[in-house]
Design a protein around this ligand. Structure first.
Ligand SMILES: C[S@@+](CC[C@H](N)C(=O)[O-])C[C@H]1O[C@@H](n2cnc3c(N)ncnc32)[C@H](O)[C@@H]1O
Length: 399
């Protein structure tokens, strides 16, 4: 479909107040300026009449303005430089992506959607399943519905964000993180980002909240870097999100305020935590994945723990618990306030524990180093995280 025909189809949906569900404009076309970072338009019914509610996010804040239906100023937004246009009516949806060459890639789908004219719809969800980024990363289908096979990942990402945002706000209020600006944005590094569901979600969500942000996704796999970078390009956000194919431990010259890691495999979680500590991340949120490190070292257990470790399954679970308990304790004695929390319901993943840590620079409390030393010597284990942070541990007297 040529661009004019595609824009006419979107205009037809936006002009038909009785059937309009919403229009979302995002991303920037090459060499074009847009009036705002993202615009959401939807029909609303107020006492004074029917309006088109236009919510514009300029990267700092969202402003809302109501216009008369079919106001030419609103219709003009469709051709105002956006690369992604989603127009939904009660009967059909049309998704337009305008390429660098100015061609329109159009997906049109039929289907019944409900119109909601209330002006203050409460948002149970942080992420809109039809947000173009969720379609691009493959969590949602072309109709903007979460794919059944991706429901769990969607929930994990959304719940992870639900914890990230207040942790960030608290750190700002406590003066631990400076208020981000466009010149000095909030810096987030996602370690072991894989298909970057969380990486994109953090970027898009925080930007939609008006928080200037720069996000880096690290994964050892080149194909992940390529795929994720192509998606960032398609979404028109490659200036503020970047992907690198490298080992976490080899990642250099990267400023960080918040380090995140979702299910970085086995000791990649230790790589992520160690990297965050060495690079002085203020906040660390990490949901570990499989644990083999301590499990593999549990050859002898201090008595009477043989009562547990003689059972393979229990030994495995105990290994997981010891690994995470030691990780949290290491963070604690190295100047973080650290804890474990459940970040998502167990039905969405058995790996639903999160280590949350905030840098306080507090010295270890009396007895905490001895507690650590007793623990590792009685279990005869050497946590991978302690090995990676050997020089920091030595500074506080732990060999
Ligand atoms: C289980 S996946 C999780 C991906 C993503 N965070 C998510 O939740 O969908 C773990 C990812 O970590 C990456 N990874 C494992 N070890 C790594 C290392 N040492 N450095 C960088 N990436 C690593 C893998 O390539 C993989 O993509």
């Amino acid at each position: 479909m040529d661009l004019d025909t595609a824009l006419d189809a979107a205009t037809a949906i936006l002009s038909d107040f009785d059937h309009l569900v919403r229009v979302v404009l995002s991303g920037r076309r090459r060499n074009m300026e847009t009036p705002a970072l993202r615009i959401d338009i939807r029909p609303i019914q107020l006492k004074s009449g029917r309006f088109l509610q236009v919510m514009s996010n300029d990267g700092v804040r969202t402003t809302t303005k109501n216009f008369a239906p079919q106001d030419p100023d609103v219709l003009a937004f469709l051709a105002s430089g956006y690369a992604n246009i989603l127009a939904e009516s009660t009967e059909e949806s049309i998704s337009i992506r305008i390429t660098k060459k100015g061609e329109a890639l159009v997906t049109a789908t039929k289907g019944v959607k409900a119109q909601n004219l209330s002006h203050d719809r409460s948002k149970a969800r942080l992420l809109d399943p039809s947000d173009p980024f969720l379609i691009e990363v493959g969590i949602s289908d072309q109709d903007g519905k979460i794919k059944p096979s991706r429901q769990d990942k969607f929930m994990q990402v959304e719940e992870f964000l639900r914890l990230l945002v207040p942790a960030f706000n608290n750190a700002i209020s406590a003066g631990q993180i400076q208020q981000p600006t466009f010149d000095d944005p909030l810096r987030i590094v996602d370690l072991g980002c894989g298909h970057a569901y969380l990486t994109f979600a953090a970027h898009q969500y925080l930007r939609a909240q008006g928080i200037p942000v720069h996000v880096v996704g690290i994964d050892i796999r080149e194909e992940s870097r390529k795929r994720n970078s192509d998606i960032a390009e398609a979404l028109g956000i490659s200036e503020t999100i970047e992907f690198r194919a490298e080992e976490i431990a080899a990642t250099k010259n990267t400023k960080v305020d918040i380090a995140i890691a979702l299910h970085a495999c086995d000791t990649a979680t230790d790589d992520a935590l160690a990297w965050a500590v060495i690079n002085e991340a203020t906040l660390i949120l990490s949901a570990p994945c499989c644990h083999h490190d301590i499990q593999a070292q549990l050859s002898e257990s201090p008595e009477p723990w043989n009562l547990v470790t003689r059972h393979g399954l229990l030994k495995e679970r105990l290994g997981d618990i010891l690994t995470d308990a030691l990780r949290v304790h290491i963070l604690k004695i190295l100047g973080y306030r650290a804890e474990t929390i459940e970040f998502v319901g167990g039905q969405h993943t058995p790996r639903n524990l999160m280590i949350r840590a905030v840098k306080t620079n507090a010295k270890p409390e009396l007895g905490e180093i001895e507690l650590y030393q007793n623990m590792v010597s009685s279990w005869k284990v050497h946590p991978a995280l302690a090995n990676r942070l050997a020089s920091k541990m030595a500074e506080i007297g732990v060999k």
